[in-house]
Design a protein around this ligand. Structure first.
Ligand code: NAD
Length: 480
């Protein structure tokens, strides 16, 4: 069923767009048009920022409301999303190729959790009152930082939006959110839920558009803080703008994480297959934190190649809306071409394809790529250093634990990673030496209660956890 929408969610209501330009979304399963929304232009962004500004500056408004009042709104918002989880999951999967088995957890349950988590957190926060060293008392307030410009990519459009929306709303900020053009249809459902939940006018505004509109939002004089998730290249440009403007910014960027298989690892796919999937292939490889460099001890290299080849080869590739699908299509033709380009490059640089490497023969239409494993890959190879953003794993040999840590850290990126071992203490020791913002032992999934983000080219700052709330708060010390 195609979905065509006529208005933009600005100022708490459906608003006529400033032009008749539209964003059309096509199915990655078939290439057919599945819907469209109005494209926001600069004038619409200006209107949205003005609405967010007015809502924020209202002396009796959202920013000044009691945390308990905001928490109540967040919980209603969570309930309204909760009532739409099936539609949201299907809408996301129909646009970006995410298997619906994945979206029905990570794209629909997760945002609801985040809203409820931050509602609880802010309700219980209060001012911090301490004794001053010069006598007297100091009251440290957590003021909202202001109007937030939030820019999100297409790979997890809902969850990555709510990484920002939930803590920002909890803190008392107002937002203008810019979804990626590939995934604009699900943002309509967010707006519907916001209206149903009774979010005050202007507190949340959504402007679907491309990178020019994103850049306009980042540099807009009415914006106080920028929260960005996307590519490292775009992150650098946004950081430059925010640096010039002295505008606070959090950047969640690309990754090229390592999955370190220690020499004592238990590699029974019946036991670890599900955790391995989340850590290395989830969402068709289009996930920033995936451990796509598989580091294997030389003593067990052939076995690790065999296990990972069997694992990738066992994946059910199919339509993203089929509940049995594990690997759906790439989000777009451009993304499919990019992944195929990397596979060709991997071959040209001497990598040996042990499974996959082409397009599935039973898929006449859509942007499908077979799950692919490369063996005999050096960590300096292009496919080991650059983010492919597809279902492509490289198995790289190492000598001992120290060598594994060295290779894991030999990357421009520093987002995630995993250690696979029969000995959790040893796993923890190796994990502690991996230079990334997050790492898992025998499993990996960003937990709402823990700070998430990267070092080096993977970004600046953290989202999630209490630290994620702090992003949207400005500390004010009152000496009294
Ligand atoms: P992208 O950088 O091309 O686009 C991301 C968003 O930014 C889109 O909404 C886009 O329109 C906008 N944008 C692009 N250039 C901009 C600019 N100069 N100014 C303002 N806005 C701009 O990335 P993508 O291809 O949509 O997403 C994939 C990338 O996102 C991958 O590199 C992936 O690793 C990264 N990612 C990171 C995380 C994380 O948490 N670290 C999570 C998911 C995805």
């Amino acid at each position: 069923m195609t979905q065509h929408h006529e208005s933009l969610y600005i100022g708490g209501r459906w608003t006529a767009p400033s032009s008749d330009r539209r964003i059309t979304v096509t199915s990655p399963n078939s290439g057919e048009v599945i819907g469209s929304v109005p494209e926001a232009l600069e004038a619409d962004v200006d209107t949205a920022v003005a609405a967010a500004r007015t809502a924020f500056d209202d002396p009796d408004g959202w920013a000044r409301s009691a945390p308990a009042e905001r928490a109540a709104v967040l919980r209603r918002f969570a309930d309204a999303l909760d009532a739409r989880t099936d539609t949201i999951a299907a809408t996301v999967s129909s646009q970006n190729g995410m298997p619906v088995a994945v979206s029905s957890q990570l794209e629909s349950v997760y945002p609801v959790m985040l809203l409820r988590y931050y509602a609880d957190l802010v309700e219980n926060q209060g001012d911090d009152v301490r004794d001053g060293l010069f006598g007297g008392r100091i009251r440290v307030r957590h003021d909202p930082v202001g109007v937030v410009g939030a820019i999100v990519p297409w790979n997890f459009p809902q969850t990555l939006s709510f990484f920002k929306i939930a803590p920002a709303l909890a803190a008392g900020c107002t937002l203008v959110v810019k979804p990626s053009p590939e995934t604009v249809l699900d943002s309509v459902l967010v707006a519907e839920a916001a209206i149903e939940a009774g979010l005050p006018a202007g507190v949340l505004n959504i402007v679907p558009g491309g990178r020019e509109i994103g850049a306009h939002l980042v540099s807009h004089p009415g914006v106080d803080k920028v929260a960005f998730t996307g590519s490292t290249a775009a992150g650098r440009q946004i950081a430059e703008t925010c640096g010039r403007l002295l505008r606070p910014v959090t950047l969640e960027l690309g990754g090229k994480s390592a999955a370190v298989v220690l020499d004592d690892a238990e590699l029974d796919l019946a036991t670890i297959g599900n955790d391995l999937f989340v850590a290395t292939l989830a969402n068709n490889g289009q996930t920033c934190f995936l451990g796509t460099r598989i580091l294997a001890p030389r003593s067990r290299y052939a076995e690790v190649v065999e296990v990972f080849s069997a694992f990738a080869g066992s994946m059910t590739v199919g339509d993203s809306l089929d509940p049995g699908t594990q690997i759906g299509p790439m989000a777009s033709e451009r993304q499919r071409d990019r992944v195929e380009g990397y596979i060709a490059k991997g071959r040209a640089e001497g990598g040996r394809v042990t499974v996959g490497g082409g397009r599935p023969t039973d898929r006449a239409a859509g942007w499908f790529v077979e799950p692919t494993v490369f063996a005999d890959v050096d960590n300096n190879a292009t496919i080991s250093q650059e983010e492919i953003f597809g279902p492509v794993l490289s198995v790289i040999a190492y000598d001992d634990d120290a060598d594994a840590v060295r290779i894991a850290n030999d990357s421009d990126f520093g987002l995630g990673g995993t250690v696979w071992t029969a000995d959790p203490e040893r796993g923890l020791a190796v994990a502690s030496r991996i230079r990334t913002g997050t790492v898992g032992v025998n499993r990996y999934l960003p937990d709402p209660a823990a700070p998430f983000g990267g070092v080096k080219a993977s970004g600046i700052g953290r989202e999630l956890g209490p630290e994620g709330l702090a992003n949207y708060q400005s500390l004010k010390s009152i000496y009294c």
